[in-house]
Design a protein around this ligand. Structure first.
Ligand code: ADP
Length: 260
């Protein structure tokens, strides 16, 4: 076999590989463009549906408030209005969660990190949830052992804390939900301990998964609260984990580096 023939074979092979490579790369580019288009349609759909749901919800909630003011309302009537209010607030939470998931996934949730003391934020979340805890006769308290600053977005920290503390109240029948703020090495820890139903060992890995929820009757949500909380914490360079024992309670721990 002469050398020219080998060179021709080699060049033919080279051209074949190059053409094949270009074809595959352009296939990938086209696929990526299609996926981006589907993502955009998906986002637009979620945003439109969520906004469309919000308007009638506001109207229903508003009329329920007006009805509440009626003087001649029977006890049953008042209870029915309360049921409307609860359903509206549940749907509002769901719409907000769905919008949030979409924002987090598309990177549209903006994080403005600032050096802050988280203690007032914890107190604020607690005071917003006091009524809920009282309605179940649960003790809801904060114990402050550190006032160190951390670099977080205050609004989003509040949202993540609310999701976790509200769960503590939701999944606890008797006892308490205690929030502790302390330090460990160079980290600030905010732990939320409840005396509730706890989480089975086989499920503990799943609780931060999107749409994970147990099938118990206490779980009225869509299984998004802890996923959202975890994504928020990660975006603020923190960590969140949980330790739990079935039928004894759970402790969720937020961990952030102390700001220098
Ligand atoms: P949900 O809306 O269902 O509460 P979350 O994402 O907030 O969604 O929680 C996911 C699941 O994790 C819940 O359905 C529940 O099974 C479990 N879970 C969360 N917090 C607690 C807790 N404090 N005690 C026991 N189980 C919990």
């Amino acid at each position: 076999m002469n050398i020219e023939f080998l060179i021709i074979i080699f060049l033919a092979l080279l051209i074949f590989v190059a053409v094949f490579g270009i074809a595959r790369a352009s296939d990938k580019i086209i696929l990526n463009m299609k996926l981006k288009k589907i993502d955009k349609i998906n986002d637009d759909f979620i945003a439109t549906v969520s906004h469309q749901l919000r308007t009638p919800l506001t109207v229903i909630g508003g009329y329920a408030e007006i009805l509440k003011g009626e003087v001649n309302l029977s006890k049953e009537g008042r209870e029915n209005i309360l049921k409307i209010n609860n359903a509206v607030s549940h749907l509002n939470d769901l719409v907000n969660d769905i919008l949030d998931v979409s924002k987090i996934e598309t990177g549209k949730k903006i994080f403005n990190l600032e050096k802050i003391n988280p203690v007032p934020i914890v107190h604020n979340v607690i005071s917003n949830l006091e009524r809920l805890a009282k309605s179940k006769s649960l003790k809801l308290e904060v114990e402050v052992f550190s006032t160190a600053d951390i670099n977080v977005d205050p609004t989003h920290l509040k949202q993540a804390l609310k999701n976790v503390i509200k769960n503590g109240i939701k999944y606890t029948k008797t006892g308490s939900v205690i929030v502790k703020i302390n330090t460990e090495g160079s980290d600030l820890l905010i732990s939320v301990s409840d005396t509730g139903k706890g989480i089975a060992e086989k499920d503990i890995e799943k609780v931060f998964d999107k749409f994970y929820k147990d099938d118990g009757k206490d779980s009225s949500g869509a299984g998004l609260g802890l996923w959202i909380a975890k994504q928020i914490v990660i975006k603020m360079r923190g960590k969140i984990n949980v330790k739990s024992k079935e039928n004894s309670g759970s402790t969720f721990v937020f961990r952030f580096p102390i700001a220098l």
